[in-house]
Design a protein around this ligand. Structure first.
Ligand code: GA4
Length: 365
C-alpha cells in the first residue's frame, strides 16, 4: 500500500513557479497509411521525415497508424473505470496481478528514489512471446494472470487485462513499423536492426497507464497570476528521458505533455486522442551514436480535466549488448558510448532520480 509520509503532499502541491510552456507549433508528423500507399517513394520520404524528427526533437506524432480507434476508446474507458475504483480495490487488484515493485499500482510515488508526482498509475511488464510470428497463444498472456482470480475486481477480471493485451499487440506491431522507418531513414541496410530487439521473446517491454486527476484550485491560481504566467502549475510526472529504445504514447484529449527542445526551451504538445506520440529513448540514442536524441519530457496537471495516458515502452532483452552501431559510427568515427548490456543500464537507471542524466555514465571520454 502506498501512503504518503507527512509533508510529501505539500511538496507536490507546491507549484514550482514556471512559465506556461507555449505550444509546439509544428509537431512533426508521419502518416503510416499514406506512406504505405505511396509506394517506395512515399516510404522513403516518410523514413527521411522520421529520421529528421528524431534528430531534431527525438519526438513526433504518428497518424494513419492502423490501431482501431474503438480499441483506443475502450482502453481509455476501462482505464477511467479502473482508476475510479476505491483506493483499496486498486491496490488489492494489482497486488494480485503484478509481482511488485516497480510493477503494479501506485499513487504519487514514481520509482523508488523519492520522486513524486500528481499521478496514479499502473506499470506492467509485457512479454513479447510469440510477437515475431503474431502467434500469442491464450496460454501465454502478455500481461500476468492474477494468482487468485477471485481477489481481483471484475473490472480487471472481465475486460481490462484482455483489452490491454489486445492494445499491446496492436501498438507493438505499429511500433515495429516505426522502428523500421527509423532504420531506413538512417540509411541502414539492416532495416530490422531496432525492431528485432523489441520483438525478441524476452524483450524487456512495459506498459504504463497514467491517470492525472485534475486540480481545480489551479484555475484560481492561474487567474491570480494572470493566465499564462508563473503560478498554478503542478507537475504530474517530472522531467525525464525514457531509458528504453522507444516509447509510444496515446492520451485522451487532455493537455499536459511537454517536451524540451534542443535549446532547453519547454513547449507543450497539443493533445490528439486519435494519434500516437513517439519518444526516442536513451537506448536508441546510444545505438545511433547520438544521432537520434532521447527527448526530455514531462507532464503538467490540468486544472479541470483528468488526463489518462497509456505508454508502451519498447526495450531490448536484458542480455542484449548495446553500443553505437558500427555503420552509424563510420570508419574512423568516434563511438560516443561504451558497450553495455541492457541489464546493466536498467540497474544503473533504477538508482537514479527521474530528472537525472542516465547516459552520462556510459559516455566515452
Ligand atoms: C521513466 C520511463 C518509464 O516510465 C519507467 C520509469 C521508471 C519507473 O517509474 O519505475 C523510472 C524512470 C522511468 C527512470 C528512472 C527511474 C526508473 C523511475 C525512476 C526514478 C517505467 C522506466 O523504465 O524508467
Amino acid at each position: 500500500m502506498v501512503v504518503l509520509a507527512k509533508g510529501e503532499l505539500e511538496q507536490i502541491a507546491l507549484p514550482a513557479v514556471q512559465k506556461a510552456a507555449p505550444p509546439l507549433a509544428d509537431v512533426p508528423e508521419v502518416d503510416l497509411a499514406a506512406a504505405a500507399s505511396r509506394g517506395a517513394e512515399g516510404r522513403a520520404a516518410a523514413a527521411r521525415a522520421v529520421a529528421a524528427a528524431c534528430e531534431e526533437h527525438g519526438f513526433f506524432k504518428v497518424t494513419g497508424h492502423g490501431v482501431p480507434l474503438d480499441l483506443l476508446a475502450r482502453v481509455e474507458n476501462a482505464a477511467a473505470a479502473f482508476f475510479a475504483l476505491q483506493q483499496r480495490d486498486k491496490e488489492s487488484a494489482m497486488s494480485a496481478v503484478a509481482p511488485g515493485s516497480p510493477f503494479g499500482y501506485a499513487s504519487k510515488r514514481i520509482g523508488s528514489n523519492g520522486d513524486l508526482g500528481w499521478v496514479e498509475y499502473l506499470l506492467l511488464g509485457v512479454t513479447a512471446a510469440g510477437a515475431s510470428t503474431g502467434d500469442h497463444s491464450a496460454d501465454e498472456p502478455l500481461l500476468p494472470a492474477p494468482a487468485d482470480e477471485e481477489a481481483v475486481p471484475s473490472a480487471w477480471r472481465c475486460s481490462f487485462r484482455d483489452l490491454l493485451n489486445e492494445y499491446t499487440v496492436a501498438v507493438r506491431r505499429m511500433t515495429c513499423e516505426v522502428l523500421e522507418l527509423m532504420a531506413e531513414g538512417l540509411g541502414m541496410a539492416e532495416t530490422d536492426a531496432f525492431a528485432r530487439l523489441v520483438l525478441e521473446d524476452d524483450s524487456d517491454s512495459m506498459l504504463r497507464v497514467n491517470h492525472y486527476p485534475p486540480r481545480p484550485e489551479l484555475k484560481h491560481l492561474q487567474q491570480l497570476h494572470g493566465g499564462g504566467g508563473g503560478g498554478g502549475r503542478v507537475t504530474g510526472f517530472g522531467e525525464h528521458t525514457d531509458p528504453q529504445i522507444i516509447s509510444v504514447l496515446r492520451s485522451n484529449a487532455t493537455s499536459g505533455l511537454e517536451i524540451a527542445l534542443r535549446d532547453g526551451t519547454w513547449v507543450s504538445v497539443p493533445p490528439d486522442q486519435g494519434s500516437f506520440f513517439v519518444n526516442v529513448g536513451d537506448a536508441l540514442q546510444v545505438l545511433t551514436n547520438g544521432r537520434f536524441r532521447s527527448v526530455r519530457h514531462r507532464v503538467m496537471v490540468n486544472s479541470v480535466r483528468s488526463r489518462v495516458s497509456v505508454i508502451f515502452f519498447g526495450g531490448p532483452p536484458p542480455r542484449e549488448t548495446l553500443a553505437p552501431l558500427p555503420q552509424l559510427v563510420g570508419e574512423g568515427g568516434r563511438s560516443r558510448y561504451r558497450e553495455f548490456t541492457w541489464r546493466e543500464y536498467k540497474s544503473s537507471a533504477y538508482r537514479t532520480k527521474l530528472a537525472d542524466n542516465r547516459l552520462c555514465h556510459f559516455e566515452t571520454t
